[in-house]
Design a protein around this ligand. Structure first.
Ligand SMILES: *Cc1c(COP(=O)(O)O)cnc(C)c1O
Length: 431
């Protein structure tokens, strides 16, 4: 049997209706920005394999570091033990992060990084209350954005938008106060809503400036700054979920750099290891960490995973940071940012003929909607566009009718032009 036949027999794929599913394509190799299938067909990975890949696939520098680490130490329990890759990564990340962070907590992926953040924030208030530092109302409510996505575990689902992703579980999700992403027009209304609950809110979790799975919705940094300022003034812990936006995607190393008001907790994953291995980071300020320092054992943060701070994953992250902080990578981010602005301008000019709207770009991300059917994730146009692009050697995977690109920083000018040509061709024949 072929790989695809064996797959169909034994495997259940993520976010995929298995009935009448197109047979998955067997990828045998990745090289730079290109994926190669078992028949030798090549596809430019224009969405960085679900937003994780930064420097291109099977990067020899990362591979070499991983190989050496695997021969040295592959895994060790992280309670009572530590190791160089974890220490090195934490000590390098802390000064790079947007804010006054002091401690790194490791976990396994993006969803666990947000779960950790939520638990960290809620127990912060629980510990404070137990210490009688903060008498008064219990703070255990979470504030979040409508249209948000923070992962697929139960806590992460709870703080995500109630959508097709979460429909079957609504009864089991905890209540969250949802607000609109900020505009100068809606701030007053949002402030008064927050004010009503302020003393009960433990934390505010948000994807800064771009809501990834929320169809790449983007919003204003200046309005966000005002919202964050207001939220902070209520002593609400600000949790920036930079799982998608981190490591250069928005044009800056972290999206939170666009705002003057910085988060108290930050969540990282996806690009953290350059997209090589699963790893999550939740970093917090000294203020939050201090609430856990106590003689009382009940104030311990009782959370952990078997593979917490896996040495191989931390090694991949260190290697990815080496590559990311080189001028060539930072220049590539600037180059992609400018190329996207240029392309967005061109798309804007022929938006009507192409049947598209809402063209937007933020750093290395460019997105727009196709004006067909409803603006929603279940819009069937997505599959058709993926098929057409693949036929032209480009891999994109629209979120419903939202077409976007988020390529790795290994992308060449020629590859960018190829993505552009494929998308333009599809649009011209779809409109
Ligand atoms: C992808 C994503 C997550 C979840 O990360 P996983 O590694 O897929 O669990 C959380 N938050 C945001 C903003 C994401 O884009």
């Amino acid at each position: 049997m072929s790989l695809t036949e064996l797959d169909l027999q034994y495997i259940w794929h993520p976010f995929t209706q298995q009935k009448n599913m197109l047979p998955p394509i067997a990828i045998t190799q990745g090289r730079g920005s290109v994926l190669i299938d078992e028949n030798g067909n090549e596809y430019i990975d224009a969405i960085s394999s679900w937003w994780v890949n930064l420097h291109g696939h099977a990067h020899p520098y990362i591979a070499e570091k991983l190989y050496r680490q695997a021969l040295q130490l592959e895994q060790v329990i992280f309670a009572g033990f530590t190791h160089k890759p974890a220490v090195e990564l934490a000590s390098r990340l802390i000064p790079l992060l947007p804010g006054n962070f002091s401690k790194v907590f490791y976990s396994d992926n993006g969803s666990t990084s947000t779960e950790v953040a939520l638990k960290m924030a809620v127990q912060y208030w629980w510990n404070k209350r137990a210490a009688n530092d903060e008498p008064g109302l219990k703070r255990n409510k979470i504030l979040a954005f409508k249209n948000a996505y923070h992962g697929d575990t139960f806590g992460a689902m709870s703080v995500s938008d109630r959508s097709v992703f979460t429909l079957a579980f609504h009864d089991l999700l905890f209540d969250v106060i949802f607000i609109d992403t900020p505009t100068t027009e809606n701030l007053t209304e949002t402030f008064s809503l927050i004010q009503q609950h302020a003393h009960a809110i433990a934390a505010f979790i948000y994807e800064p400036l771009a809501q990834g799975a929320g169809c790449m919705h983007m919003y204003s940094a200046s309005a966000m700054d005002m919202l964050l300022g207001f939220v902070k003034a209520q002593k609400i812990i600000c949790i920036a979920d930079e799982v998608m936006t981190g490591f250069g995607r928005t044009g800056k190393l972290f999206a939170s750099e666009y705002m003057a008001v910085k988060p108290d907790i930050i969540c990282l994953s996806k690009g953290l290891t350059g997209g090589t291995m699963a790893l999550g980071v939740t970093a917090c300020t000294q203020e939050i960490y201090s609430a856990y320092l106590a003689d009382d054992k009940l104030k311990t943060f009782f959370h952990g995973h078997s593979f917490t701070a896996n040495p191989l994953a931390c090694t991949a992250a260190n290697a990815s940071l080496d590559l990311l902080l080189q001028p060539s990578a930072l220049n590539k981010i600037d180059w992609l940012t400018n190329a996207n602005k240029l392309w967005a301008g061109q798309l804007q000019q022929s938006a009507a003929e192409l049947g598209i709207k809402n063209i937007r770009t933020l750093g290395t991300i460019l997105a727009f909607e196709i004006e067909q059917g409803k603006d929603e994730y279940l819009n069937n146009i997505s599959g058709a566009i993926t098929q057409k692009a693949m036929a032209q050697g480009v891999y994109i995977r629209p979120l419903g009718n939202t077409v976007y690109i988020m390529p790795p920083y290994s992308l060449t000018n020629e590859e960018y032009e190829k993505i552009k040509a494929a998308v333009m061709d599809i649009l011209s024949n779809t409109a």
